[in-house]
Design a protein around this ligand. Sequence first.
Ligand SMILES: Cc1cc2nc3c(=O)[nH]c(=O)nc-3n(C[C@H](O)[C@H](O)[C@H](O)COP(=O)(O)OP(=O)(O)OC[C@H]3O[C@@H](n4cnc5c(N)ncnc54)[C@H](O)[C@@H]3O)c2cc1C
Length: 499
Amino acid sequence: MVPVLSEVEVLVIGGGNAGFSSAISAAESGARRVLVIDSCPEDWAGGNTYFTAGAFRMVHHGLADVLPIVNNVDKATASKIDMEPYTTANFADDISRICVGRSDPVLSETLVNDSNTAVKWHTKSMGGSSSGAACASRRRMAERDWSRITAAKRLVVDPATKAVGSVIVEDATGEREILAGAVILAAGGFEANPRMRSQFLGPNWDFAKVRGTPYNIGSCLEMAIRDVSAKQAGNWSGCHSVAWDANAPPNSGDRVISNEFTKSGYPLGLMLNLEGKRFVDEGVDLRNYTYAIFGKAILAQPGHAAFQVWDSQMTPWLRDEEYRDGIVEKITAPTLEELAEKCAKCGLKDPSKFVETIKEYNKAVAVFQDENPGHKWDPAVKDGLSTQSSRKQLALPKSNWATPLTKGPYMAIKATCGVTFTFGGLAVDHETAGVISSATNSAVPGLYCAGEMVGGLFYDNYPGGSGLTSGAVFGRRAGRAAAAQAHNGKNPQRFSARL
Ligand SMILES: Cc1cc2nc3c(=O)[nH]c(=O)nc-3n(C[C@H](O)[C@H](O)[C@H](O)COP(=O)(O)OP(=O)(O)OC[C@H]3O[C@@H](n4cnc5c(N)ncnc54)[C@H](O)[C@@H]3O)c2cc1C
């Protein structure tokens, strides 16, 4: 017999955004004892959520709808902002387009339709603004009792009720049982597990650098599939991955530098692999629609690395938080040839090809500009400034923001692939976030799921800011349903008898 550690109405596994959204929702819905457990030590509190930029994607009606939930826009700044509404149709179209038409229609409709109210609820519940909500959740996490690092190991189904009635966990003292009226899984994906990355994402994914917590190792996905035949859903060979500093640590993010290892300034310049060749259309879409797939493109290159390159006209436009002095190793030189020689010391195999590729690109830009005099560069929209004209086309275009790299000094940085989170997960009921059984094709009583563990929303790519919103939308639903299950479910007798 495993000793009983504790008895609660709702047990939440995982202390990130989805876990705390679920826990708060369960408490608001009347659950009396809600316990959040996490397998990480205090130093890693907050899971991947700790590392986020705090961006939430939501439907809104324009600036007046958004201002009350942000804390970084004063009146003077607000008066200078033009913000078109972002409609349900806009959000739905973005998911459909970006996720190649494969996103589960019911789940994505739920995410879109609920996004505005869920983000506002999240903001209120976490206290402050949506961008501040991640910080608030960190604060709540910091207030936790860190004496117990508790990893979920097994789900136990009550044979009488067929509901999940407890979880076997492991802490410093060994295995213990936590009895629960309902259980919510919010333990992240398998992005920090090199074996599972290789197994599901494919060869070479063990080379990717982990952007966030090292504790999202897929253990609760495997637990649910093994113990209750949870149905698998979504894009198990897909993940969110970005251009990431090649000097970042390999197996986890850095809690201080955090998101600043991201290197998303490629729309302003070019990306060349170690053979000196371009391999993506750097301007195919706005940064928020390409940044989550270009990590994968870099991973596929020789040496799993690439150089991002700009001339002096574009370096002032790079995001300070990603490219400022001291945050990244800058390679600079007055000419392209000297830049190539310096890059060669950092792994570039073919400096001549590097220079040739940039010069060929410059020629294509010059012909486009000659054919389209007055066509203006505009980083805020897809400006159509491209390498493709009637007289010259590149085999691999740059479709927007194609300016020549002709004014030294030039700058390059070396990037690799940083994996953010995995897309494969568990099938859930859209109303309750209840985990679906592959055996019965209906919800497993007493078991819910939110956040990265939900499968079926994202395929191939991801519209930036949707992860936190998904955690709020489905965490809130999971919390409500779990509280109701704990009170009215099939095992109240067992629960109240022991309380
Ligand atoms: C650098 C970076 C920047 C990002 N920026 C954004 C952004 O701006 N906007 C956005 O929408 N998304 C962003 N994301 C993605 C975002 O982090 C995730 O979508 C979201 O935070 C996931 O929340 P979660 O609660 O599902 O998982 P997490 O926040 O990762 O929490 C999961 C928790 O489960 C715990 N756990 C794992 N296994 C067990 C176990 N067996 N037992 C107990 N506990 C366990 C882990 O320790 C972890 O604390 C970013 C991610 C990174 C890494």
